[in-house]
Design a binder for this molecule. Structure first.
Ligand SMILES: [Zn+2]
Ligand SMILES: [Zn+2]
Length: 349
């Protein structure tokens, strides 16, 4: 089932507006609040469970605005009609087991994203000139990426060997005194809202680089937030993603324990034993602007946090530019080195 939001004034399609946080009609400027909006998808929830099509099948949808047939892959949850540009939300893909509970709405518009990307390009020092001009953008696409947010409890203990050194003069001798300590810590931490992206298509490193998201912007999920954007349902369940967040939780615990040990010159961890359990998980959609950029017959993919504007991705490097800067550094180093040797009375050349 396709969900769309028709303007009650002029029947045009309304889309989510990142400036106001409301549904907006591009034809007559009508606006509608989203919070408290009736959750449309609940009404066809049962229908979804009796629908008979394989999860692996591609699905065909009829655009309600222009009648074109769209083929989506089996993970698409929201898309835009490639013929008429109408937003389409695929109800089955956001209901039942796939119903998100939380969303961070876009707060950066497409125009702002494009502008910020171009500005970022201009500042790239080691990229080819044609790339830094930022005018080869192929497409900027707003995408709600599925994430799991975990609350975890981490319990355990860690042992350290620490030393404190004291150096002093006694008569004509210098004495170094090293004292050894066994340090023991027991921890019991509750870690809240640790994110892990649950989409197969999105590279984990790219998504991790977009963090942090500002959790004060989290809203209860409601379908109109998706109007005008692309979205996917998760590929991995919260159980499948748990090992990945467990690793992150261990790092947080290490950092926390380390922050409680003070006053030693050397701290060496002898061993640790953590148990991490899942308290709860929530399915959330986070906003990401995907920027596809053509350069030198290749396509580069960048991602921008749709809430904070933080950018991630690897721009191409220009070898001559890097070589020049390494060359300069060598010359400078050589000069400094020369000057120092001369100061020290070394030969001039
Ligand atoms: Zn209207
Ligand atoms: Zn259409």
């Amino acid at each position: 089932m396709i969900i769309d939001y028709k303007c009650p004034n002029c029947a045009a399609n309304m889309v989510f507006d990142s400036d106001t946080g409301k549904l907006h009609c591009g034809s007559c400027d009508y606006e509608e609040e989203i919070e408290g909006y009736q959750k449309t998808y609940e009404s066809f929830d049962t229908k979804f469970h009796t629908a008979s099509y394989g999860d692996e099948e591609a699905r065909q949808y009829l655009c309600k605005s222009c009648g074109a047939v769209l083929v989506t892959d089996n993970h698409t949850a929201a898309t835009i009609c490639s013929f008429c540009g109408s937003p389409m939300i695929l109800g089955e893909r956001i209901s039942g087991d796939y119903a998100p509970t939380k969303v961070i709405p876009f707060s950066i518009s497409k125009e702002e994203a494009e502008k910020a990307f171009k500005k970022w390009c201009r500042k790239l020092k080691f990229s080819p000139k044609e790339f830094t001009q930022g005018n080869k953008i192929k497409e900027v696409v707003g995408m709600y990426v599925p994430f799991w947010l975990y609350d975890l409890r981490g319990q355990g203990e860690a042992q350290f060997h620490c030393t404190r050194t004291h150096i002093y003069d006694s008569g004509d001798e210098t004495i170094t005194e090293t004292r050894h300590f066994d340090v023991y810590r027991q921890v019991d931490l509750t870690l809240k809202d640790i994110p892990a992206d649950a989409s197969e298509k999105m590279a984990d490193t790219l998504m991790d680089a977009l963090e942090p998201f500002d959790y004060s912007g989290i809203r209860e999920f409601n379908t109109p937030y998706l109007a005008g954007f692309l979205s996917e349902k998760y590929n991995y369940t919260d159980k499948e993603m748990l090992p990945r967040v467990t690793k992150r939780a261990e790092q947080y615990m290490d950092e926390y324990v380390a922050s409680t040990i003070h006053g030693y010159e050397a701290v060496h961890c002898k061993g640790r034993d953590y148990h991490i359990g899942q308290l709860s998980s929530e399915y959330a959609l986070f906003p990401v602007w995907m920027v596809y950029y053509n350069y030198d017959e290749a396509e580069y993919t960048f991602a921008m946090n749709g809430q904070t504007g933080k950018l991630a991705g690897d721009p191409p490097r220009s070898i001559p530019k890097i070589a020049t800067s390494v060359g300069l550094a060598t010359v400078l180093f050589f000069l400094v080195f020369r000057i120092i040797t001369v100061l020290l009375g070394g030969p001039l050349l």
